[in-house]
Ligand binder design. Structure first.
Ligand code: FE2
Length: 270
């Protein structure tokens, strides 16, 4: 099967680009499944029920989150009734929602999507390796799941690479999110898992990781706040990875995707 993972959607211009482009990509690239990280979709901070609906209506199958999951309080209740919305699996016990979801794709395949958060330069949370190990054991690839997609939301490239190798052979794709910058290391790992350290954001790259650049630069220079962080609203680049799997759910190939906006274009061979 073929699927597309798009990294952190930052603000309105990215949201509009995703909504306007995903229907065409689903058709042109014969995509069976689309996952996006939506934790910055609402003005850079969190996600709302209306934005979830907008993304699902455009052909997104599952939305993942991260450290900004609850910036919009309605997400705490919305996630309880929306099983296509996934928050990090290693949040404390009792957190609303779920850290994994098994969804039927358009072609009938069962796709397990897991979201987890790293702990290096991030909030202290439960062990993401143990949590993902349990999820992969409970819903094994090529047995209960036809494809397994892991969004590992973290800051440190080392922790993300370690997670890729930890899941190698047991997931179709392990891809990082959160840094908002695409890395150039898309590869199929030795055991057959597609991997890229960070998908990059969907957003305006004339910015500081998606935010209007003046205030972040000011804070680095003066250490004093002068205004608020607001998403940069110039043309967005859609960033992510395209994956094609074999019958056993492991990856045949992975290719980086960068489409629109300022970054140099990268499109998969379809
Ligand atoms: Fe994040």
């Amino acid at each position: 099967m073929r699927f597309l993972f798009l990294g952190d959607i930052v603000g309105r211009s990215a949201r509009e680009a995703v909504v306007n482009t995903v229907p065409r990509l689903r058709q042109e690239w014969a995509l069976d499944f689309v996952v996006v990280n939506g934790e910055n979709a609402a003005g850079g901070f969190g996600i709302t029920a209306a934005i979830c609906d907008e993304l699902f209506d455009a052909g997104v199958d599952v939305i993942t989150l991260g450290n900004h999951a609850w910036d919009q309080r309605e997400a705490l209740t919305h996630i309880e009734r929306e099983n296509r919305l996934v928050r990090p699996i290693n949040f404390p016990p009792g957190t609303p929602g779920r850290g994994q979801t098994l969804i039927e794709a358009a072609n009938g395949a069962r796709v397990l999507v897991i979201n987890a958060m790293g702990r290096v330069f991030m909030d202290p949370l439960d062990d993401p390796f143990a949590a993902i190990d349990q999820a992969l054991t409970e819903t094994p690839l090529s047995d209960i799941a036809d494809a397994v997609i892991v969004d590992f939301h973290g800051e440190a490239t080392s922790e993300k690479m370690a997670m890729g190798h930890f899941c190698d052979g047991r997931a179709s794709l392990v891809v990082g999110t959160h840094s908002h910058i695409p890395t150039a290391d898309a590869q199929v790992l030795p055991g057959g898992t597609a991997y890229q350290t960070d998908a990059g954001m969907c957003g305006d790259y004339d910015s500081v990781i998606g935010m209007e650049k003046d205030e972040p630069v000011n804070r680095f220079v003066t250490k004093m706040p002068r205004g608020r962080f607001t998403p940069a609203l110039g043309p967005a680049t859609l960033c992510g990875v395209f994956v094609e799997t074999e019958g056993n759910g492991l990856a045949r190939r992975v290719e980086p995707v960068r489409l629109g906006g300022r970054l140099i274009k990268a499109l998969p061979q379809v």
